[in-house]
Design a protein around this ligand. Structure first.
Ligand SMILES: Nc1nc2c(ncn2[C@@H]2O[C@H](COP(=O)(O)OP(=O)(O)OP(=O)(O)O)[C@@H](O)[C@H]2O)c(=O)[nH]1
Length: 321
């Protein structure tokens, strides 16, 4: 906070909001709509969000760092366990937690599991036996675009009874309805504090991580249900042209490896006549150019890492540690 702001009595707020919810609840779409830029990957397939992706929303009044979490679920593999650990870490570090519940579905066992996990970690019972949150938990009712007014009111009441949330806010990220209100509710829950990141920084991820996530998301979209979650992507190198070259036709070269678990998955990834590769490259041309800051060529290699989801060494190499 600078002196002028102090004199005007305007206090800058800044902090972290962890976004949780069961798979497919609309976390990534909400983060993207709040940012107005594509940062987190979105896909209609559940559990596509693997990494804790941070988006940084900065205004004259506040800075909110949004932490997207992979869906909380029962771990079945070592990868599942690591993902759950990553979620716990983001939640403890956060100043507030946004718990997303979809308006187009009933509150279910997945939501109850998340609530009880939040309760056991971040709440206590007061002398009257009522749950009190130790940090603000904001209930966000997502996908309200399919509801009429009375259904909306009913859902909000249901949510209130379910979670005893510090705040409740409805939103349709898809129709951009009430997104401003979500921003301001989050901001109000942030502690007073100075800006943590420079104004023009929108993500804490490196160019490599962002591109890897984009490639992964693009393949998952292509592949419908054929391939399970046995797809990992790493960026091996981004080579920029020499200085004098860049004035002419200089291009960056982005080398990416796509890891699958079995060689039988290779034709699925490639598609007939390598059509999937071609589509993914075409789709990502503009976003990757924007990230590397110049025209670029994407070079994709499909590699086999047997059972990587259960091998600690391979997991580490693929960025899950
Ligand atoms: N009707 C409607 N659909 C939405 C809205 N927001 C997201 N969706 C859809 O819900 C699906 C899941 O959205 P995501 O943002 O990928 O969900 P997520 O919670 O990040 O999913 P995971 O990464 O699997 O945890 C996609 O098909 C979105 O188009 C909304 O406001 N309205």
């Amino acid at each position: 906070m600078n002196e002028v702001e102090q004199l005007e009595g305007k206090e800058y707020r800044s902090g972290f909001v962890a976004v949780v919810g069961r798979p497919n609840v609309g976390k990534s779409t909400l983060i993207n709509s709040m940012m107005g830029t594509q940062i987190a990957i979105t896909s209609s397939r559940p559990e596509t969000t693997r990494k804790v992706i941070r988006a940084i929303l900065t205004t004259d009044e506040y800075q909110i760092v949004l932490v997207d979490t992979p869906g909380i679920h029962r771990p079945r593999t070592l990868l599942g366990q690591r993902l759950n650990d990553m979620v716990d870490e983001s939640l403890s570090d956060a100043d507030a937690i946004a718990f997303l519940l979809p308006a187009d579905q009933e509150i279910g066992p997945g939501d109850k599991r998340i609530l009880s996990r939040l309760r056991s970690n971040f709440s206590h019972k007061d002398e009257n036996g009522h749950w009190q949150w130790d940090k603000p938990i904001i209930g966000v009712l997502t996908k309200i675009d399919g509801l009429n007014r009375s259904q909306l009111v009913e859902k909000l009441i249901e949510l209130d009874q379910f979670g005893n949330f510090s705040e409740i806010v409805p939103v349709s990220a898809k129709e951009y309805d009430n997104v401003d209100e979500v921003r301001s509710v989050f901001a109000q829950q942030m502690p007073v504090g100075p800006q943590m990141y420079p104004t023009n920084q929108i993500s804490e991820e490196s160019a490599e991580d962002t591109i890897a996530e984009l490639i992964r998301g693009a393949f998952l979209e292509q592949l419908s249900d054929e391939l399970p979650h046995s797809l990992a992507v790493t960026i091996d190198a981004i080579e920029y042209p020499e200085e004098d070259e860049s004035e002419g036709e200089g291009r960056a070269h982005v080398y990416a490896s796509i890891y699958i678990e079995r060689s039988s998955q290779k034709p699925i990834i490639l598609g007939r006549g390598a059509e999937n590769l071609v589509r993914v490259k075409k789709k990502l041309r503009t976003p990757i150019n924007r990230i590397v800051g110049m025209k670029s060529t994407l070079i994709l290699h499909v590699k086999i890492a047997k059972d990587w989801q259960s091998d600690p060494k391979k997991l580490e190499r693929l960025g899950f540690n």
